[in-house]
Design a protein around this ligand. Structure first.
Ligand code: GDP
Length: 235
């Protein structure tokens, strides 16, 4: 069992951390127009393991702490301008929302975790469902973890990764709200997340891609889309 703790927070004081092993996924130029999530349509909301549809098409899950910018990232990737995928109340979207992609795959929008105002028992039930989902869902081919670039990976992010990364399936970490950092801070924030993952999961670090991302500035959108397309075999 790994000892978990948050890591990857960027501060002005931190020395530049050399990039850990980079992902083998080579992201093409940023100019790429997003495709994978464009035109996605809602299929169903799932509140328990029993409600999950039987394993079918390849699934990509989006996860992250409440308020990390997951809905905004999904909407940016779907080329939507208004919130269309999730509730506006943090911590209240307590179901997995499944969307069908035009390619035939599925996107699972997982409920945000770590929202302080949700009762402890409810939080635990939900977190257990999430950990169970990422561990056991056989058609889950990749995980997108949305993390505020300024805060790095928190304990619950690391717990989620601990349940998924050992399977060897790929992870894309979107270091969101990178527009709030200057250029060198953006690089440092991403490098620290890479270093954190390399330290905690040395054998699987090559399966993890970390991208500076901003929904508002549309930074990293093309790269992220290319990574998802590669996972789905539609690159
Ligand atoms: P979620 O709870 O993870 O789905 O987070 P949301 O997408 O709802 O975003 C939470 C807050 O962060 C909202 O106020 C968003 O406007 C803001 N936000 C999300 N993405 C960005 C971003 O890329 N840049 C900035 N500056 N703010 C963002």
């Amino acid at each position: 069992m790994l000892l978990l703790g948050s890591c990857g927070r960027v501060t002005k004081k931190h020395a530049i951390v050399p990039d850990a092993r980079r992902s083998k996924t080579s992201a093409p130029a940023e100019v790429r127009t997003p495709q994978v999530l464009v035109g996605a349509t809602f299929v169903t909301g799932v509140a328990s393991r029993a409600q999950l549809p039987p394993p079918g098409p390849p699934e990509i899950a989006f996860a992250g702490r409440s308020n990390a910018g997951k809905s905004s990232a999904i909407n940016a990737l779907a080329n939507r301008t208004r919130l269309a995928f999730a509730s506006r109340t943090p911590g209240r979207t307590q179901q997995i929302n499944l969307f069908a992609l035009r390619s035939g795959g599925l996107v699972a929008d997982l409920p945000g975790y770590g929202y302080a105002a949700v009762a402890r028992e409810i939080k635990k039930t939900w977190q257990d469902f999430l950990w169970d989902y990422v561990t056991t869902r056989s058609t889950l081919i990749g995980l997108v973890l949305v993390s505020d670039a300024r805060h790095g990976l928190k304990e619950l992010d690391l717990t989620l990764l601990e349940h998924f990364v050992p399977s060897g399936r790929p992870v894309l970490v979107l270091a969101t709200k990178s527009d709030k950092l200057n250029h060198s801070e953006q690089s440092r924030a991403a490098a620290r997340i890479r270093a954190c993952i390399a330290a905690k999961f040395p054998a699987q670090a090559g399966a993890v891609t970390v991208l500076p991302f901003s929904a508002t500035r549309r930074m990293g959108v093309g790269h992220a889309d290319a990574v998802l397309a590669e996972w789905l075999g539609i690159a």
